[in-house]
Write a protein that binds this ligand. Sequence first.
Ligand code: CU
Length: 639
Amino acid sequence: MASKNTLSNIQKLVLEPQSSLSRRRFVMGAASAMMLASLPFTQSVLAASMRQGLTTLSGKLFDLSIDYQTVNFTGTDVRATVVNQSIPGPLLRWKEGETVTLRVKNNLDVFSSIHWHGIILPAKMDGVPGISFEGIAPGETFEYHFSVEQSGTYWYHSHSGFQEQTGMYGAIVIDPKDSDPVVYDREYVVMLSDWSDEEPESIYAKLKKQSDYYNFRERTLVDLFDDISDNGLVNTWNARAMWNKGRMSDRDISDVTGYTYTYLMNGNTPEKGWQGLFRKGERVRLRFINSAAMSIFDVRIPGLKMTVVASDGQNIQPVSVDEFRIGVAETFDVIVEPEVDNAYCIFAQSIDRTGFTYGSLTSDLALKPLIPPMDPVAVLAHRDMGMNMKGMDHGSMQMDMSGNDDKAMDMKGMDHSAMQMDMSGNGDKTMNMKGMDHGSMQMDMNKVSATGLGLAGYGSNNEIKHISSEFGPQVDMRAMSPRSGLTDPGIGLRDHQILYQRKVLTYADIRGLTPTRDKRQPSREIQLHLTGNMSRYMWSVNGIKFADAAPLELEFGERVRITLVNDTMMTHPMHLHGMWSELETGDPDFIPRKHTVIVQPGSSISYLVTADALGSWAYHCHLLFHMPGMFRRVQVNNA
Ligand SMILES: [Cu+2]
């Protein structure tokens, strides 16, 4: 581990918090200004682009069929469920302002459905069985018909059973009605997914029986002796006792891992690798979509800076990064500008480092890219349990230091927890949160509204409350002092700036490109806790699983804040259908709109919602096997 030789770097940063922060801001600001200047609103050049494995369908009328098909990704023939005979299904290309009709024929012997993820449309076209329609019966054709009021990168997938895991997903690209503010010469969709030869029902049953079935990264006796020699017996014992008491594993990052999953890029296994061509000097737009059932990916292209230009289909102020985390169902568009002939590796490793997929962006199809090794597996720390670092004993601090994550935090674990995170080079102090001792320090106190809610754009000002339904055997953890989910690059990425000089995207970096549409203050706030009992593999919201929960009622037209508090040790990508989730990243004038928001373990995050879509909508964790429990119906009623 490199923990010792990075100490001095961390200390240096800690000593110069202000200068390093303002310098980072300056650099970012300058880069953004430059990008914007070089991005006049001119027509983008849509060069003839090659998409291996993705068939593109465009126009206004689409015939899609859902079928069983035998596929072979690993050497074994397995039955898949597919759209138009391919995995992924066809890439659908729409145009903003047009009306599309999609006739979807279900040839399975069970009900099926297609949900258009991130598309704003009438409730009955949303495609969620039991919420917005009945589902598509075997042998039936359902006709979806709606007008397309947005542009960008999206995707579609089945919302029936676990069909998504067995191949039912595809990309959607919507060309803007007017000129595209993002200029590029060539574009590719990069669709990431996870494939298993196991039936999803069998994976789920195994998790129910033994939640760590796929986790082979539990600590071993050898680790124990390493810890003791590094940290001493007492400290190690204290640290271990805490984890054991909670019956939790500090390496429990993913429920389902590379043990059963093969990670795919545009339907290609890592053995095959996907290839995209470029000519040097071109601006290449890569539209990343995470269409996995259960896998969160960390993406980078060694040797190339990525300028993130869109998040969940929505243009953002360009941010230059070396790496980003993409939660299940999120999309990010990036621009890369390779200046030399080469084969660059588009590398996507799973959050738990049990596997990866890759493709190459190459000037010559004969060239093979250098595939980098995966980064070390992260170890969960106290902060991931939403614990305040204050008042922790030295034993626990020691434990964190033995890991390969969180070093910046732990160095200062003694007091200024909020500032700590910023020192890792990814933070942004100006919008810090609740439950943190120094969060309020940076906030302009005048900006706190009379209602006590906190102003639009800045997130919640309310206290974190664990309500009575959160107590019981169905919940095995509650975050006592949840951190901000904004400034944290996430487990396993926090030290990448220091160790590898990789700038990792955080939500705090995201600003909308166009001004906030609804500038109203929220009239109320809904605090929702993401809860679970890990060892029983039970997932819920506020301790109540979907089957027992009342719907969440919104009044048509109201502006509401939703604050999500993650009381578990897993990262949950939360997806609200039908309406935008306007992430409060600290700039009320340029609030970015998302459809899926990652909530980091032991952290909280807030977004605003304008309830402008009548009817019944789904709201859930997008991890397929969390969805049965961690799900709510959202009902938007006429006032
Ligand atoms: Cu989840």
